[in-house]
Design a protein around this ligand. Structure first.
Ligand code: PMP
Length: 377
């Protein structure tokens, strides 16, 4: 049976390089045309005779690169002109601290809607800076659900409300955009930004580590409404100060030039796919293939998230035992289905199927799951 599966996982050839299906949660699979283009331009970009990695971030050429990346992101995200798009470092996790450092004054509190492991971290980091109120947590149900909007009661003095639109580890995703009735909404969209349309105008800040749907690790995208910048207190450390970074167009110090360039290529690829609306359609189809199979497996595979909030990006599920999960991952890896082990904190299986993950890879996984269940029932 295993040999049959081996045949249906096609070797993706690029020149002489064999590629696998990479289900990693991040850093994650990149679009192949992006890698090929980066390879083409590695030694000399745009006739400059050097790699973008070797170029001053103050050079005219890099100026075109960063402006181009920003323009493409702005269009794809439909971010209006009163929002700034910033390229930061320190990962999405630094935003857990930087947001309260800038926007949580000592006499106020911030509300946290916690639906998974990243939300827990965001709230606990904020609590080191100021008053963080967890107004909702689905921890008691093992982070399987997200609340209805009507279940949420915000604090009247909240400086902002923070939530995680897609919990990468738990595989739960909001299917609506949170409305806090005028309180600034801050969203960690690290693992579902650009996977479906977001109404940016509903947010004061949207942030995301790039390494899932946007590009390589080492860049964090922050989309911030301009009026928020007026709230930044004086004497913030310069590189933890959104206003300073915005005033310097993300060049307050040396940015991740290579990352910003590569994000531009990913945006170009996404445009060629028809943009965010088209990619959402494909993401819905890919996720449906997997969830439908899980649901039809007579309980052999058990999805983690409640049906109403299943993530389109991170499909989390269990097998009948941990031993079988281990065997499943080992065998999958051996036939080129890589990165399926769930996060070390929760175990189980996680198939991350971001924008760049091909539908054929999902079909190959389902074929393997079918075979595995029949051999290990
Ligand atoms: N938030 C979410 C939703 C994430 O998935 C991650 C990383 N997987 C982070 C925050 C932390 O990102 P980073 O490693 O870039 O700091």
């Amino acid at each position: 049976m295993l040999t049959l599966v081996l045949r249906i996982v096609p070797a993706m050839e690029t020149a002489k390089v064999k590629r696998i299906y990479n289900f990693s949660s991040g850093p994650a699979v990149m679009p192949l045309p992006v890698l090929e283009r980066a390879r083409e331009e590695m030694l000399s970009i745009g006739g400059t005779g050097m790699s973008v990695m070797e170029m001053s971030h103050r050079s005219k050429f890099f100026g075109y690169v960063i402006e181009g990346t920003e323009r493409r992101l702005r269009e794809l995200l439909r971010a209006p002109n009163n929002y700034r798009i910033l390229f930061l470092q320190g990962g999405a996790a630094l935003q857990f601290s930087m947001i309260p450092m800038n926007f949580l004054p000592p006499d106020r509190s911030a509300d946290f809607v916690v639906t998974g492991a990243w939300g827990v971290k965001a709230a606990s980091e904020a609590a080191k800076i100021g008053k963080a109120n967890v107004i909702y947590s689905s921890e008691k149900d093992g982070f399987r659900t997200v609340p209805e909007q009507s279940e949420l009661a915000f604090s009247s003095d909240a400086a902002y409300v923070h939530y995680t639109s897609n919990e990468t580890i738990d595989g739960v995703e909001f299917k609506y955009e949170l409305d806090a009735g005028g309180i600034p909404v801050v969203c960690d969209a690290s693992s579902n930004i650009l996977s479906k349309p977001f109404d940016i105008e509903k947010y004061a800040i949207v942030y995301a580590g790039a390494q899932k749907n946007i590009g390589p690790s080492g860049v964090t995208i922050v989309i911030i409404r301009e009026d928020m910048l007026d709230l930044v207190p004086a004497n913030q450390p310069a590189l933890l100060d959104y206003r300073n970074i915005a005033n310097n167009h993300s060049l307050a110090n040396t940015p991740n030039t290579w990352g910003i360039y590569t994000i531009g290529l990913v945006c170009e690829w996404l445009e060629a796919q028809g943009g965010v609306g088209s990619i959402e359609k494909r993401n819905l189809e890919k996720a449906a293939i997997l969830y439908k199979f899980i649901d039809g497996s007579d309980g052999y595979y058990r999805g983690h998230a409640a049906n109403s909030c299943r993530s389109l990006m991170n499909v989390t599920f269990r097998l009948p035992s941990e031993d079988l999960e281990e065997k499943f991952c080992d065998e999958a890896e051996a036939i080129g289905l890589d990165g399926l082990r769930g996060h070390r904190s929760v175990g189980g299986i996680r198939a991350s199927i971001y924008n760049a993950f091909p539908r054929e890879g999902v079909e190959a996984l389902v074929e393997f799951m079918n075979d595995f269940a029949s051999r290990n029932g």
